[in-house]
Design a protein around this ligand. Structure first.
Ligand SMILES: Cc1cc2nc3c(=O)[nH]c(=O)nc-3n(C[C@H](O)[C@H](O)[C@H](O)COP(=O)(O)OP(=O)(O)OC[C@H]3O[C@@H](n4cnc5c(N)ncnc54)[C@H](O)[C@@H]3O)c2cc1C
Length: 490
């Protein structure tokens, strides 16, 4: 059933819900569907409607006092049904084994033991959700290139699946899911002994307030919003719900997108199909004590041009690329690429860092919640990862004659600061999973430490972020959580 909270009668009786879920992005929608298919009654609350509105999106405005002066949440996330899947890129890959290992040099505990096995039980289902075949990686062409230090990264492309388009009908017509649009979670009220949630408080855009109860409650509003909300839920616990150890909002992680420099192709076979991505081998990560990554080599230089214009382009390259002014002029009017134009970009794991965090400012949103202040910070370990990866891949490519790389100065000289860290709109870590409550906000089952019936879903629970796009991991953890919740509700 579908309800619009803007037009909802507060006296209307609702069914008894087994689970209330807040946030209808990939995570919340996945959990709702699994519970409904198992016969459980679900209320799914979405702060936006079926389309983007400024009233909803405005709630994502915040302040950035750390790296990159960009309004990270407002510009990256989408606050309506389907969430950020409404504009995600669809690039899918999975954590490596090393990503689940405890890496002491990260300074914080990683994923609990057994996470990998638990998560990968849900691989096939996660692939089906985003419309990629389960065995897609087996079918990728294998490369002739061999190295002990780097490997070609495996990834698949979802169409990309838009959760709004794919699941709207199923959810609208579900007998088990009640979807409430324009339903903004504004408070989580606990029982008097503060050990479990009593109800969710929601508001529509007319500022009417509604209460919904159920046996279990799930927060799935995205990595920054999950933290913002918990910190704002301070009526009964002054530091915020789940924040007894001052961990909510800490360890905010992104994937760095560092521009390493340029390259000239030597082994043309490798770049026949265009961009190639490389990752450090697990052995190299362990040996050099660095984070994981994907390094993209985009060969603007297509040395083999086919077709009628081949001769013309080749001569243009030979003559025009000799002088800087002619080079830039030629690039504007033709598709001409000069030698050395190949760009090296990246997706690099950030170590969990207590000082990289979300806190609340003084400015308030329309519901009286204090807005997010993001202090995204790299650590010394991150700089080591970045420089080491740049140097190692340049050495490896020179040794194997794959390409000649011209690195930016900061990669070679640690006295030159890394200025442009870049990001990928992959926000993670703000309610991290931990065995010891002192190190995080949720336990292995994504239950908020200290609360009996309150769970968190999405990339905010990642203790470490790996060196790949996050959504497959979001889906696998959400599937695991959903099945756990099914087992808890009779
Ligand atoms: C530009 C871009 C490109 C990306 N490309 C890729 C990619 O190629 N591959 C990949 O793996 N990942 C990619 N991602 C990341 C991907 O979009 C996220 O991993 C995914 O959307 C996370 O799903 P989620 O459900 O946890 O959060 P979201 O998608 O953010 O959904 C959260 C939902 O909660 C709702 N909500 C928020 N606050 C409230 C509230 N108070 N009350 C009620 N509802 C609320 C929102 O409206 C939204 O529907 C990309 C992200 C961006 C921004």
């Amino acid at each position: 059933m579908l309800f619009d909270l803007n037009a909802f009668d507060s006296n209307a009786s609702t069914r008894n819900y087994d689970v209330c879920i807040c946030g209808a992005g990939p995570s919340g929608i996945t959990i709702a569907r699994i519970l409904a298919n198992a016969g459980k009654n679900v209320a799914l609350f979405e702060g936006g409607g079926f389309e983007l509105t400024e009233a909803s999106q405005d709630l994502y405005h915040g302040k950035n006092i750390g790296l990159n002066n960009w309004d990270a949440i407002y510009n990256c996330r989408l606050r309506y049904f389907g969430g950020t899947s409404n504009h995600w890129g669809g690039r899918c890959s999975f954590f490596d084994s090393v990503d689940f290992e405890q890496r002491d040099y990260f300074g914080m505990p990683g994923w609990p033991d057994g996470s990998r096995e638990e998560m990968f039980k849900h691989l096939a289902e996660a692939c089906a959700i985003v419309d990629i075949p389960e065995n897609i990686f087996d079918e990728l062409p294998k490369s002739h290139w061999k190295s002990n230090n780097f490997r070609i990264s495996e990834r698949a492309f979802s169409p990309p699946t838009r959760f709004r388009t794919k699941y709207i009908d199923e959810i609208k017509h579900s007998e088990k899911i009640d979807l409430y649009l324009n339903a903004n979670l504004t408070d989580v009220r606990l029982h008097d002994n503060l050990s479990s949630v009593r109800h969710f408080e929601l508001k529509n855009y007319k500022n009417d307030t509604f209460q919904f109860t159920s046996k279990l409650f799930v927060l799935a509003t995205g990595a920054s919003e999950n933290a913002k909300l918990l910190l704002n839920f301070d009526k009964q616990i002054p530091k915020g719900v789940g924040n007894q150890n001052d961990m909510v909002g800490r360890c905010f992680m992104e994937h760095f997108n560092v521009d390493f420099g340029n390259f000239i192709v030597e082994d043309h076979l490798m770049w026949e199909q265009g961009t190639v991505q490389f990752s450090p081998t697990e052995a190299l990560i362990r040996k050099l004590k660095i984070g994981n990554a994907v390094i993209d080599f985009n060969p603007n230089l297509r040395t083999k041009d086919y077709g009628r214009l081949h001769a013309l382009k080749q001569s243009a390259r030979e003559y025009i690329c000799q002088t800087e002014t002619m080079k830039s002029f030629a690039r504007k009017i033709t598709e001409l690429d000069c030698e050395g134009d190949g760009a090296i970009t990246s997706l690099i794991e950030q170590t969990p860092n207590l000082n990289s965090r979300i806190t609340l400012g003084t400015e308030k949103d329309v519901f009286g919640h204090r807005r997010v202040v993001l202090n995204w910070l790299p650590s010394k370990a991150d700089d080591i990862t970045i420089r080491t990866l740049g140097q190692e891949i340049a050495k490896d490519f020179a040794r194997t004659k794959l390409a000649r790389i011209q690195l930016r100065d900061f990669v070679l000289d640690e006295n030159i600061p890394i200025k442009d860290y870049g990001h990928h709109c992959h926000q993670m870590g703000t309610t991290r999973m931990s065995i010891n409550p002192k190190d995080g906000v949720v336990d292995f089952n994504q239950r908020v430490h200290g609360l009996e019936n309150f769970y968190i879903a999405g990339s905010s629970v990642f203790p470490t972020g790996g060196g790949c796009n996050p959504t497959m991991t979001v889906l696998m953890t959400s599937l695991r959580l959903a099945k756990h919740l099914v087992s808890l509700v009779n």
